[in-house]
Ligand binder design. Structure first.
Ligand code: PMV
Length: 403
């Protein structure tokens, strides 16, 4: 490590081709001048001024911020994106309650500028997560410039087992983003509650798209849609129209069919939508499904709800099966469960349905009033298809918060 004096040349003093450098150091070392350029590319291509602090912040030496954020399950799926983390179609999800991530960030002021963090999962240092988290910080640094003046120690844990096949990125990035914005609240006065959630959702999206839907509770929409004028490609918003009471405590039992890490990541799947033969039809369909869902959410017509939700789940997997290269994330037991659910629904007329994430696990959705019969059905008929007989009972929850 060279010792010496560091002189920072700010980007505007550099030629245009260097304009995305964050730091440029001259290091005088034993009389020799070394030039060290820290290529710290800023991803801040979209100048969303609303989220760039302009005022001078207070000086804080240390802070400890803890936040808890839930996962969410999409009813209309986001599959396909444009640069950077802009969805190709709008999506809507139920915020969950029990599948959650708790994150604590310890901020310690430091003397030199530059990003510096350490990440721990369940108290153990996890370098394998560093690249994803570093990319996240690179994307958000222009909205949170104060981060460059602190060492961050990030401690995180999930309520669901890490190797359960449940993606922790939605709850993980929303908890992380909320910690950052709560820290901003200490540095800048007069930040509104509305701004905190909007900015946290905006930042969370830059870590994992679906994470922006985990800040608010109930039903959350992300992506511009013609019938919802407040909707945005940049952040999730609470469903602004009337919601039938049946959806306020909807149940979601997650059947753990396959607890291993999936072979194809969501990022690869999203990218395969660029050359997908059915991409534009799919994006039209998602928009149409959302238009159809708005009055259903108001009326509580569960059989119409089921038609859209199951169609979305199967469309997501059908898109995977006909992308290039094609792939299958469902397992034989995923199909077994779907057939059991259809048989049970036909014979009982109980409005239970399924949805799927980008994986083999099945989310069983049903109204709270039907929980006794559906829970018995799950125990008797579906648990046998789960790895180690494991499933997680969850329901619609209230979103992320500071603890
Ligand atoms: O947020 P990502 O990049 O992990 O993508 C999530 C994609 C789906 O879970 C399949 C659908 C969705 O809208 O949540």
């Amino acid at each position: 490590m060279p010792q010496g004096v560091r002189v920072r040349v700010s980007p505007p003093a550099l030629s245009k081709s260097f304009s995305n450098l964050r730091s440029f150091f001259l290091i005088i070392n034993n009389g020799q001048i070394e030039v060290s350029i820290f290529v710290f590319e800023s991803f801040c291509i979209m100048n969303v001024e609303e989220f760039i602090p302009t005022k001078k912040n207070k000086l804080i030496e240390n802070a400890n911020i803890s936040c808890i954020a839930p996962s969410n399950i999409a009813l209309i799926k986001y599959w396909g994106k444009k640069n950077i983390q802009i969805p190709s179609n709008p999506s809507i999800s139920f915020t969950l309650n029990n599948c959650k991530t708790t994150t604590t960030i310890t901020f310690k002021k430091k003397t030199f500028e530059g990003l510096s963090f350490r990440f721990f999962l369940d108290g153990i240092s996890k370098d394998s997560f560093n690249l994803k988290i570093e990319n996240f910080f690179k994307r958000i640094i222009c909205y949170c410039p104060y981060l460059e003046f602190y060492n961050l120690e990030i401690n995180t844990n999930n309520t669901f087992p890490h190797s359960s096949g449940i993606a922790s990125s939605a709850s993980g990035f929303s908890a992380l983003a909320l910690c950052v914005v709560q820290f901003e609240l200490l540095l800048y006065e007069n930040i509104s509650r509305n701004y905190i959630n909007r900015k946290a959702s905006f930042l969370a999206r830059l870590g994992s798209g679906s994470a922006c839907r985990s800040l608010d509770g109930g039903l959350v929409i992300w992506g511009k849609h013609k019938d919802i004028k407040q909707s945005s490609d940049l952040l999730g918003i609470k469903f602004p129209h009337e919601v039938h009471p049946v959806f306020t405590d909807y149940q979601d039992t997650i059947l753990l069919v396959d607890k291993t890490e999936k072979q194809v990541s969501s990022s690869i799947g999203h990218n395969l939508m660029h050359n997908h033969p059915f991409a534009s039809e799919r994006f039209n369909q998602a928009n149409k499904h959302l238009s159809q869902l708005i009055p259903i959410i108001k009326s509580g017509d569960l059989f119409k709800f089921i038609k859209i939700v199951e169609s979305e789940a199967l469309t997501l997997h059908a898109l995977m099966m006909c992308s290039n290269p094609y792939f299958i994330l469902m397992k034989p037991n995923t199909i077994n469960i779907i057939n059991e659910i259809w048989d049970f629904r036909n014979s009982t007329q109980i409005p239970v349905c399924f949805t799927l994430d980008a994986g083999a696990n099945v989310h069983v959705l049903y109204p709270k009033s039907n929980a006794p019969e559906v829970n018995k059905f799950i125990e008797d008929n579906l648990a046998k298809y789960c790895q180690d007989g494991q499933f997680i009972n969850d329901h619609v929850g209230n979103g992320a918060r500071r603890i």
